[in-house]
Ligand binder design. Sequence first.
Ligand code: ATP
Length: 293
Amino acid sequence: FDRAFQMENIDEMLVSLDVGGLGLTFRSIIQKAFASRFLDPVLCKSLNISHVKGMVLHGPPGTGKTLLMRKLVDLLVAVELKVVNGPELLVKWMGESEQNVRRLFSEAIRDHEVYGDESPLHIIVIDELESIARRRGQSIHSEMQDGIVNQLLTMIDGFSSMNNIFIIGTTNRLDLIDRALLRPGRLELLLEVGVPDERGRLEILKVHTQSLKETSVLKPPFDLEEIARLTPNWTGADLAGLARSALSTAIYRTMESTLGKIDKERIKVSQADFEFGIEERTKNSAIVDKLVN
Ligand code: ATP
């Protein structure tokens, strides 16, 4: 993790971890959320520094929020990690969801009781945070939903003096999250993961064509920069899908020419397969847009 903090070229390191175009966000996370944790605890105490307790990564679907979180926690050594999907915590029986929320933090609390400031850091990742953190008083199932938010607030406030917990929430509906959760001392750090620009798309495409390149399945000449230019507003998930569909097109073509027998050596994904995928997706989007409007 120290290494990640000092990395001159964070973008390259992230591409090697299969993440493209999120270097700036990654750097912000490390600087804003974790920098103080590198300091000597005695110094922190004397300067009265309290660490950031939590953050929310927000942005449109498919932009890599979950991916980035998972890679970030992979880089952290000597931490206890718990990853949950918000909806997993929801149980229809009164009080059970609150109990699940309490359980989420129980190991960290126990470790703090046993080890105090020497406790390992517990990172708790809650994907789809909006499912358990909805603005109170606004949901149709409001009594149950409000109870969960209240429990979450109680837990977070309860460990305000503990330094061994860090909560990461991800959501594509920041607007739905209860504001009280986002106050200082709670999930105070908000970072947006937006739709990638052309450079970001190029990095993401590099990630998703790496294995095709390494196995010589990608047929030269291949201009990734052109593909990045042709895909404005595409997210990482869209680009991952594009690489998958280009490979399927190439496999299908090979099967046709070999009468159904797949000879791996003969599968070649070309620039045209990617461009065909872009056209298909553009047509599909137009159909979906018509449905929506
Ligand atoms: P949601 O808000 O819908 O949960 P998300 O922002 O969490 O979406 P992910 O689930 O992380 O998006 O992304 C889905 C998939 O898209 C990833 O598993 C990965 O294959 C691809 N992807 C998305 N963003 C990137 C990226 N920046 N680099 C490489 N791959 C990406």
